[in-house]
Write a protein of this length. Structure first.
Length: 766
């Protein structure tokens, strides 16, 4: 043998064990050399009384003392001892080695092959100079050892084939150094061998997946257990699990669904976000994910994280816009969580609101009513901003007066204020002068429409001229041409006296929209002016948000009917307007009469000797021209009509038409074969017979504009990347040639046949 000390030990009778100190590099070769020289291997693991009990050193000593009784086993090499002692710690190692060096073994030859405790063994050998003199020890030139192991205490994994410390010692005895998975409940606090503890399924996952950015608190033990089960089927490829559940960047398109559920698949989406956050182009989402450590907090943080940003921050508008897009499909019950938290700092709260939901739109109006006008509405609530934009009247008479009056009226309505002396002077002055009488009547304007056969009459009950700037902005956005006639209705401003235009003067296609009138006057509209005694209702003009939505629907209907060439012109008209200020003024006429006031007291049946100053008599009624109200009439909901203020009398007749291309033919190819792809969306090929701007043909769907690519003469291809799922109702889109609406299209989308993208079988999927 190559070891001089060992050869000398073997050639003489020593009666004591030989210490052979080695490192990882020599362990196997020395063991093989000893075995080839006739040494029988004695494993320390055999002295474990059970799988998870440390070896009994007393039994080892007894066994060594008995070796020379059997000539066949007179030469023994003990393995596993050094590794066991290393697990037990330095002090214990020194004590056991000290005992063993003096253990008498008769004529037997015993080699203790020691690995993992070189420092302790060397110290002992140097301390006892007799061991060197008797040549009972050899220290290899390279005693370094990099032993390590992983202690797995969690159940339900296949990492450990046999539990217990005995299995761990077996692995060391076989010469293994690293990548050892064991399972022991024994105390390892003093171990000289470094080890990892895997006390949860998550610990195993983290060990297996390099670069895992997910931490243990991000899931429950049950969730980690299920994920481990699926990972074990795909070589711990986390992205493969995501693919199996169709989780990729397209989840941003259905964000509400992914963050609102409590299923395992929802949690997986959260893990996808955490693992891939550095790849997100949406900075707001990145910030939310980095700030969220539990899936349960994801929705709340997504809703509210914007609040910590002031509107003066450099990146505020970018974050605001990104958040608004992310939350576009979130329902009001979730947005309410954000709204409540956002109220804390009223100075900043207005800048965080959006117009995604009716609730937020109401909050914008409420904020303005309580704190005054703000430039923030230009991006927070563009529709309200368009409503408040000054409309310059263009009519043969009193145009300047109407422009001034209604610009002031709209702002006072939104600010919920009637204490404006200058405006109240206007109200009384214009009422006394009856100058609205200079306007032509609505009925005459309707009669003047020559081509009623090809026109669509859309009656919006209670639509006044205050909405004109908003209607113009909507029509412009949809590429429609607009002509406005400023007219007046009959007094008193009841529907009873103002419906002939619809029922008597129009025989063609027509429709009556009552929602606006319901919002203003009727209980089914859901809005009430605050009753000071009961506290029921709203002080602020929150109903305006619903009003604007009704008007938006009307203009969208116009664009659709015109775009489908169901009519050549779309006429929006009204029976009367309504007044908000007459409601909040709370001005009772100090006049006792037996005649009961009607329409919240804005008028009453005619009676002799009425000396009310601000009045006009029409059609058997005394009609008030200021904001007064006769007694004995029910209080209005939020707005009132029946009186003779300009907002009640002056009504528009709006004619909408396509700007051009009235004969353009538009047709979708393969209309019955349109399928949604959750990654790429929908591709439409559309035939358009006539366009001017071939490089600027687009369609608008759900407020998203898609520019078409010309693929042949009169053929355009549109990539609708946001349509990734089918729905029951047809999709409706507007087709534009540059800024001009040239038509509308409808199409249905089918889903692709369900395909399981599985590199492995997940089993049941929640």
């Amino acid at each position: 043998m190559g070891c001089m000390e060992l050869n000398n030990y073997l050639s003489s009778v020593k009666g004591l064990p030989f210490f052979y100190v080695v490192g990882d590099a020599e362990y196997k070769s020395v063991l093989e050399e000893l075995m080839s020289s006739g040494f029988k291997v004695m494993k320390l693991s055999e002295f474990c009384s059970s799988n998870d009990k440390f070896p009994n050193i007393d039994c080892l000593v007894d066994k060594l003392r008995e070796i020379d009784m059997d000539y066949r086993d007179s030469k023994v090499v003990v393995i596993g001892l050094g590794e066991f002692l290393a697990i037990k710690g330095g002090i214990f190692s020194f004590e056991v080695l000290s005992r063993l060096k003096n253990t008498t073994i008769g004529n037997a030859k015993v080699v203790l092959l020691l690995r993992g405790i070189s420092a302790q063994a060397i110290d002992l050998i140097k301390e006892d100079h007799r061991m060197c003199e008797q040549q009972r020890a050899h220290i290899s030139s390279n005693c370094s050892s990099n032993l390590s192991f992983t202690n797995v205490t969690v159940r339900g994994t296949d990492l450990v084939s046999q539990p217990g410390v005995k299995y761990l010692l077996n692995e060391f005895e076989d010469g293994k150094c690293t990548d050892i998975y064991a399972s022991t409940t024994l105390l390892l606090a003093d171990s000289l061998i470094p080890f990892n503890s895997l006390s949860s399924v998550y610990d195993i996952i983290k060990l297996k997946i390099i670069g895992l950015k997910i931490t243990a608190e991000m899931g429950s033990e049950q969730q980690w257990q299920k994920l481990y089960s699926e990972l074990s089927k795909c070589e711990f490829d986390l992205e493969a699990v995501f693919r199996g559940y169709n989780i990729d960047s397209s989840v941003f398109d259905v964000l509400y669904e992914t963050v609102s559920g409590q299923e395992y698949s929802n949690w997986l989406v959260f893990l996808y976000f955490k693992q891939n956050v550095e790849t997100f182009s949406n900075d707001y989402m990145s910030e939310v994910i980095k700030a969220t450590s539990r899936f349960e907090d994801l929705k709340f943080n997504l809703l509210t994280l914007i609040i910590k940003h002031k509107h003066t921050d450099t990146d505020f508008m970018k974050l605001y816009s990104e958040r608004k897009k992310l939350l576009k499909d979130f329902p009001e019950e979730d947005i309410a969580i954000f709204v409540k938290k956002n109220e804390i700092d009223f100075r900043e709260s207005i800048y965080h609101l959006t117009d995604n939901t009716l609730l937020e739109r109401k909050c914008v109006i409420k904020w303005i009513a309580n704190h005054g006008m703000t430039d923030a509405i230009s991006y927070v609530y563009p529709a309200l901003n368009a409503y408040l934009k000054k409309y310059t009247f263009d009519c043969p008479v009193i145009a300047a007066e109407l422009t001034e009056y209604f610009d002031k009226y709209k702002h006072l309505k939104v600010e919920n204020c009637v204490d404006d002396a200058e405006f109240n002077t206007f109200v009384e002055k214009y009422g006394k002068e009856y100058f609205y009488a200079k306007l032509k009547t609505r009925d005459n304007a309707i009669k003047d429409i020559s081509d009623k056969k090809n026109s669509y009459l859309y009656w919006i009950d209670a639509l006044g001229v205050e909405y004109l700037s908003y209607i113009i902005s909507l029509a412009k956005k949809k590429g429609l041409s607009v002509r406005v006639d400023i007219t007046r209705c009959e007094l008193p401003t009841f529907t009873e006296f103002n419906k002939a235009f619809y029922y008597e003067h129009w025989a063609g296609k027509k429709y009556k929209e009552e929602a606006l009138d319901d919002i203003k006057h009727n209980e089914k509209g859901g809005y009430f002016f605050r009753d000071e005694e009961t506290g029921i209702g709203d002080v602020e003009p929150l109903h305006l948000a619903a009003e604007l939505k009704v008007i938006e629907t009307a203009v969208s209907t116009a664009a659709y009917e015109l775009g489908m060439h169901n009519c050549k012109s779309f006429v929006i008209a009204s029976d009367h307007g309504a007044s908000r200020l007459a409601v909040i003024k709370k001005q009772e006429v100090p006049y006792d009469t037996d005649t009961k006031g009607e329409h919240s007291g804005r008028c009453c049946k005619f009676f002799d000797n009425c000396n009310v100053e601000n009045k006009v008599v029409e059609n058997g009624y005394i009609v008030l021209t200021d904001y007064g109200r006769f007694r004995k009439s029910r209080t209005a909901n939020v707005e009132v009509h029946g009186g003779a203020s300009l907002e009640e009398i002056v009504v528009p007749v709006i004619t909408l038409t396509l700007r051009q291309h009235s004969k353009t033919k538009i047709e979708i190819l393969d209309k019955e074969c349109i399928k949604a792809d959750r990654h790429n969306g929908v591709t439409l090929t559309v035939y358009i017979s006539e366009v001017e701007a071939t490089n600027n043909v687009s369609i608008v769907l759900d407020d998203c504009r898609y520019t078409g690519k010309m693929t042949g003469e009169s053929y355009f291809e549109f990539e609708l990347k946001n349509i990734k799922r089918p729905k029951k109702e047809p999709y409706k889109a507007e087709v534009f040639d540059a800024d001009n609406l040239i038509g509308n299209i409808e199409f249905s989308v089918k889903g692709k046949a369900a395909q399981i993208n599985a590199e492995f079988d997940f089993g049941d999927v929640d």
